[in-house]
Design a protein around this ligand. Structure first.
Ligand code: FPP
Ligand code: MG
Length: 335
């Protein structure tokens, strides 16, 4: 099984420099705001987005690379690109936990659980405001412009998702549209900005964007599969998508294979999932018996094959290998 540490290895020095860069740039006035900010920044996850930005920058720079990653390859422009993306992601999850009423994130209390929703919203806004201010002060408007569009796309995805959760009518196409906007678009920008930050050609920036989007689709499908896996290690409560009335790919696969009458029955069970834990158990059983997770996994692998295919254009290097490993990691991950 591929670990995230193996993927980080060729860019280790750059990732350490990136963490220091974030620490230097992100602080807040006022004790409460600083406490909340420190908590949010220290509870960041695996760091898939900065890893992707750094790997895209490294592979596009044409640097031969070293397995050990002892040497820094990236410049401050790449760190800035990675920071813009990572902070938007951090803010969006703080807001997402408020919208979902989620008490836990990565095995720890969410910001809203610790400090209430109103303060969590302001913390998310503060991170966004500081991010954009840092971007503008750097005068690297090409990077900032990508990130501004990505923020709008995330919001579109959230609103679409909430609309469909209320109408219980999510089709396969709706689902792909939602996950493209809420997850894949930002991973696409993470990779594209890595390329742009080292002056790559438009063709290369586009290729990296496609790579990021393909692994982003796969990443979200795996996230939705893990929501049906009661042994997962995500640090999030299992089956929360059902309690939030979200119809995701494992359930769509099952719904597409039943009669219209059975579909109505299953949707009626879903309607009860927000208040009735026996309905949650019943839907978990329906998806297990219909093989929903395995079917969704086939689609996830198709996206990963597309991503790996895009890497064939590059000569072998530790960075290309790490990007291949990132694809495998997404498929294998249980957290
Ligand atoms: C997690 O999805 C949520 C997102 C990927 C996007 C959230 C976006 C917003 C709340 C819009 C606000 C945008 C900005 C820029 C502040 P999930 O709920 O399926 O995953 P989870 O299980 O990890 O919560
Ligand atoms: Mg959520």
């Amino acid at each position: 099984m591929i670990s995230i540490d193996v993927i980080r290895k060729p860019i280790l020095a750059d990732l350490e420099a990136f963490d220091a860069f974030v620490g230097e740039n992100f602080s807040a006035e006022g004790e409460l705001l600083q406490d909340m900010l420190t908590y949010a920044l220290s509870s960041r996850g695996k760091g898939v987005r900065p890893i992707l930005t750094m790997l895209a920058a490294s592979i596009c720079s044409g640097h031969a690379g070293a397995e050990c990653g002892a040497e820094r390859v990236c410049s401050k422009r790449t760190y800035l690109a990675a920071m813009l993306v990572e902070m938007i992601h951090t803010a969006s999850l703080i807001h997402d936990d408020v919208l979902d009423g989620a008490d836990e994130r990565r095995g720890k209390p969410s910001v809203n659980a610790k400090w209430q929703s109103d303060r969590a919203i302001i913390l998310g806004d503060y991170i966004l405001a500081r991010t954009m201010a840092l971007g503008m002060a750097s005068a690297q408007y090409d990077l900032v412009s990508y990130v501004g569009s990505a923020m709008a796309t995330l919001c579109e995805g959230e609103v679409l998702q909430s609309q469909h959760a209320n109408s219980f009518d999510t089709t396969r196409n709706d689902y792909f549209d939602i996950i493209y906007r809420k997850t894949a678009s930002l991973l696409g920008v993470a990779a594209a900005l890595g390329a742009l930050s080292v002056g790559a050609t438009k063709e290369e920036v586009d290729r990296m964007r496609k790579f990021g989007e393909a692994i982003g689709m796969a990443f979200q499908i795996q996230d939705d599969i893990l929501d049906y896996n009661r042994q997962n290690n995500t640090g999030k409560p299992v089956n929360n998508d059902l309690r939030e009335h979200k119809i995701t790919l494992p359930l769509i696969e099952v719904l597409e294979r039943v009669t219209p009458e059975r579909r109505t029955e299953i949707v009626d069970v879903l309607r009860r999932c927000d208040t009735d834990e026996s309905a949650v158990d019943e839907l978990q059983r329906i998806v297990d018996e219909g093989g929903g997770a395995a079917l969704a996994s086939e689609t996830m692998h198709a996206y990963l094959s597309r991503a790996m295919h895009l890497l064939a254009k590059y000569p072998a290097s530790p960075y290309r290998e790490a990007m291949m490993n990132l694809c495998t990691f997404i498929a294998e991950r249980d957290k």
